[in-house]
Design a protein around this ligand. Structure first.
Ligand SMILES: *[C@@H]1O[C@H](CO)[C@@H](O)[C@H](O)[C@H]1NC(C)=O
Ligand SMILES: *[C@@H]1O[C@H](CO)[C@@H](O)[C@H](O)[C@H]1NC(C)=O
Ligand SMILES: *[C@@H]1O[C@H](CO)[C@@H](O)[C@H](O)[C@H]1NC(C)=O
Length: 333
């Protein structure tokens, strides 16, 4: 197949010379899936092989995303609620089609930060990023007991106590905190996502590099009504896969409509003069958990028991065991 041929070509030509960063091996040279026939662009399984600065993508031991197995979660009573600080003000931001994600960047005048929970520092919001699938059964980067969701919102923050900006923080210890919220489908959509995904707005960023300014956003609207979350130490999910991220997965989803999901799938990875390639399935596959702990402030422990494999848990995302085969979920709340 063309895919195999390309990989062969790539392995024989690029790997022996992988150390120097040639013009072809620039920071933007990666993809989620095979794109154009006849050219090789590294997909996730190759990210760590094409560029020595990206080798964590291949050999890292604290990579993200992961499959959250709820039976492996550990209840940590010292995990306090996350604190969101907007200064009580609404924010403006620019929404972009980056060719890979829908990305909203708050303007510099509006500081939004989070602290508390598992975080020892204050982290400033840098970007809101959307991942989504071509089908409703996939699209989230994290999985829950092996199951995907139609999408995942990631609020990416950097440690503003220690670092001057996102670029510096991303490669430094305790640099990044990502709040992650699964997206599900419903009749009504989340108020914040509705601002981004209503037809008049989302169609402004159909093509790569399109941008659209939004005002009067309240980031608090994006957060589901819960203080419960799951947290673990991992990496950023795009090259160079730096292992500097604390992940905080909120224990309730946000909702978008089927129509809004459809609009997302109609976004192109390409400029208007190039072939249409849907942006959907912009997800990195899950990575091994290895020695890491998944902690939660969901108190699922029966009194006097602290076994990490306690199965008597009550997360909001509850997998009905008898439905596992049909890949269905229900939310207990
Ligand atoms: C966090 O955000 C609030 C509101 O914008 C601001 O007042 C506060 O100074 C910020 N904290 C830090 C450490 O920058
Ligand atoms: C980020 O901060 C570092 C250190 O202060 C600085 O050298 C660099 O130019 C900054 N980068 C950006 C993109 O602002
Ligand atoms: C966790 O739940 C158990 C059983 O309901 C309760 O006895 C215990 O006090 C709770 N622990 C915390 C820290 O809330």
């Amino acid at each position: 197949s063309i895919h195999t041929y390309n990989c062969f070509l790539f392995l024989s030509v690029f790997v022996p010379a992988a150390q120097p960063i040639t013009s072809k091996l620039d920071a933007g040279w990666w993809a989620y899936k095979d794109v154009v026939q006849g050219t090789f662009v590294p997909v996730p399984s190759f990210w760590g092989l094409v560029h020595s600065a990206w080798n964590l993508c291949a050999i890292g031991k604290r990579q993200s995303p992961i499959d959250i197995e709820t039976s492996h979660m550990i209840f940590d009573p010292y995990l306090t609620p996350l604190r969101l600080n907007t200064g009580g003000r609404k924010m403006g931001g620019t929404m972009y089609n980056t060719g890979r994600h829908v990305s909203l960047r708050p303007d510099k005048a509006h500081l939004v930060n989070i602290s508390g929970g598992p975080l020892g520092y204050s982290y400033r919001l840098e970007e809101v990023r959307l991942h989504f699938g071509s089908e409703d059964s996939q699209g989230s980067e994290h999985l829950l007991n092996g199951q995907g969701f139609p999408g995942e919102v990631q609020l990416i923050h950097y440690n503003q106590d220690l670092y001057a900006n996102y670029t510096e923080a991303a490669k430094s210890p305790n640099g990044i905190a990502v709040v992650s919220i699964f997206i599900k489908l419903s009749e009504n959509s989340n108020a914040f996502l509705n601002r981004m995904l209503n037809r008049d707005t989302i169609t402004r960023i159909n093509y790569k590099h399109d941008a659209f300014l939004l005002m009067g956003l309240n980031i608090a609207d994006l957060y589901p009504d819960t203080t419960r979350y799951i947290t673990y130490e991992g990496s950023i999910t795009i090259p160079p896969c730096y292992e500097t991220s604390t992940w905080i997965l909120i224990n309730k989803p946000v909702y978008v409509t089927q129509m809004q999901m459809h609009s997302l799938r109609l976004l192109s990875q390409n400029e208007p003069y190039k072939i249409f390639l849907s942006m959907s399935d912009n997800t990195r596959p899950t990575q091994p958990l290895l020695q890491r702990c998944i902690r939660t402030n969901i108190n699922f422990s029966k009194q006097g028991r602290d076994c990490p494999n306690n199965r008597a848990l009550r997360p909001q995302y509850r997998v009905a065991q008898w439905r596992m085969k049909s890949k269905k979920f229900y939310i207990s709340a």
